[in-house]
Design a protein around this ligand. Structure first.
Ligand SMILES: Cc1cc2nc3c(=O)[nH]c(=O)nc-3n(C[C@H](O)[C@H](O)[C@H](O)COP(=O)(O)OP(=O)(O)OC[C@H]3O[C@@H](n4cnc5c(N)ncnc54)[C@H](O)[C@@H]3O)c2cc1C
Length: 453
């Protein structure tokens, strides 16, 4: 059976070096950063694909899906494997479709839309766009490694979201071409609002093969770090920068102490016992920002230009979900949550959480614009893990006090916080993958028996 699968794939691809079967390679390609979650770690460690294939063109993707469909073999797509919740871990084995060779920028239009293949690294696109006076509207802190397709299928937002919102907001993805898993696979174009059916569906309802990704005019950014005596001071200052429209910003982040103590490579830029606020701000506003930080009682410990993904130090390496990585390196008992605090009641929410959980929750705020255009304190708090029950208690308590939680300790879409309430991702799955072969087990509301909604 396995030999037949591998021989079949080699015949389709016509190049056996692009069909991978070595156990160590399959193990690596079958996993992402699922180990961030102490709950998912034991559940997903042994899950592995039967073969991995690296298509180089959409025709090969079509052929692989046709072959898999004919033989009832599951297909799980992989971009760069930087997802956090085992999104690309094949729960039922089968074929791992690694799109890293489909990595071309086809065009950057004069209106600033990048037309690209899914395996293109976001860092490559950011660098190329900036050479042409454009830049990404938003990107995850895994910029250098992560792929455009993986970001659209598995991510939500990141650096830039304080100005441009998330992937699903404000026309931030213009169009997507997907290959379906129908009896006869097809290439289908989703444009405008129809992209919402495919975004953040973890490759369960189509394989993204071409993307129209709008850019923003490039800005000369300055990275700034400022230390504040207390979290309350640092938060309030960052909140003012994030919410006042006069500031042109790409990133506004706050870390309460002791989170900055985990950032060993930039230790000299932190201050013992103090909260750290981090900004990417337009070059013209550098002195105004530094003056405002000092006036608010902060100490500016660093300011320097951002020259693209190769900048050193690249301060975004400490933000978004990279913060969790630094915390886990410092102490493996740490894990995290993905939250959205209320822009009006967040101080009371912070107080309630501190009163109930003490230092078992550490505040790490990422300001972001929501779909209504309101800048809110998004957060990826660091959480000390003691037991699954206590973690679930924390999640339930957050929700009970109005804190939104996208649960990163489950391996299916529906509890991850970004499953569309109108069920459009599910409807697309029923249409494009009626046999349930794409990344099976990740969309639990899908049942093969259901033919319509
Ligand atoms: C340290 C760290 C920091 C992070 N920071 C952020 C952040 O700031 N913001 C954020 O949103 N995320 C963040 N993430 C999560 C992740 O890095 C991003 O979402 C990233 O964009 C995923 O891209 P990838 O190429 O690695 O995707 P993968 O992990 O390979 O795939 C992600 C999901 O998309 C599917 N997929 C991949 N390519 C395709 C395709 N072409 N067609 C259909 N389905 C596909 C996969 O099956 C999987 O379900 C972070 C993760 C880590 C480990």
């Amino acid at each position: 059976m396995l030999d037949g699968l591998r021989a079949g794939l080699s015949e389709i691809i016509g190049d056996s070096s692009r069909v991978l079967t070595a156990p160590a390679v399959l193990d690596r390609l079958s996993h992402d950063f699922y180990w961030y979650s102490p709950i998912l770690r034991p559940r997903l460690a042994a899950k592995v694909a039967d073969a991995a294939v690296l298509p180089a063109a959409v025709e090969e993707v079509l052929a692989v899906l046709r072959f898999a469909g004919k033989h009832g073999v599951p297909v799980t797509v992989r971009g760069a494997g930087t997802g956090n919740y085992g999104q690309c871990v094949p729960l039922e084995g089968g074929i791992l479709l690694d799109l890293s060779l489909m990595d071309k920028i086809e065009e950057i239009t004069s209106g600033g839309v990048a037309v690209c293949q899914p395996g293109l690294r976001l860092g490559t696109l950011e660098a190329e766009a900036r050479r042409r006076d454009w830049e990404l509207r938003m990107y995850p802190s895994t910029l250098v490694k992560a792929s455009v397709g993986g970001f659209l299928a598995g991510g939500s937002g990141g650096i830039g979201s304080v100005a441009h919102g998330g992937l699903r907001d404000f026309d931030n993805v213009r169009a997507i071409e997907i290959v379906t898993m129908e009896e006869e696979p097809r290439v289908v174009l989703h444009e405008g609002a129809a992209v919402q059916e495919i975004l953040h569906a973890w490759g369960t309802n189509g394989v993204l093969t071409r993307i129209w990704f709008p850019l923003a005019p490039a800005v000369d950014w300055i990275q700034v770090l400022a230390a504040f005596d207390t979290y309350e001071h640092g938060f309030s200052f960052a909140e003012s920068i994030a919410t006042e429209s006069v500031w042109q910003k790409r990133l506004v982040t706050v870390f309460e102490w002791p989170i900055p103590s985990f950032f060993t490579p930039i230790k000299q830029l932190t201050r013992a016992g103090k909260c750290l606020a981090l900004f990417m701000i337009a070059k013209e506003q550098r002195s105004a920002l530094c003056a405002a930080a000092s006036a608010a009682g902060g100490e500016v410990t660093f300011s320097g230009p951002y020259d693209g993904p190769r900048t050193q130090p690249l301060l975004s390496d400490y933000t978004w979900n990279h913060t969790t990585l630094w915390a886990m390196k410092a102490d493996s008992a740490y894990t995290y949550l993905q939250c959205g605090f209320s822009p009006t009641d967040c101080r009371e929410q912070f107080r309630l959480l501190r009163a109930r959980y003490g230092q078992d929750i550490l505040f790490h705020i990422e300001f972001m614009k929501n779909g209504d255009g309101v800048v809110i304190p998004g957060a990826i708090p660091i959480v000390r893990f003691t037991s699954e029950d206590r973690l679930n208690d924390l999640i339930a308590y957050c929700r009970s006090i109005g804190v939104f939680v996208a649960n990163p300790h489950v391996n299916y879409l529906e509890d991850g916080g970004r499953f569309r309430e109108d069920n459009s991702q599910l409807r697309a799955k029923l249409r494009y993958d009626p046999r349930g072969l794409l990344n099976p087990g990740k969309m639990i509301s899908f049942h093969k028996e259901a033919v319509s909604l």
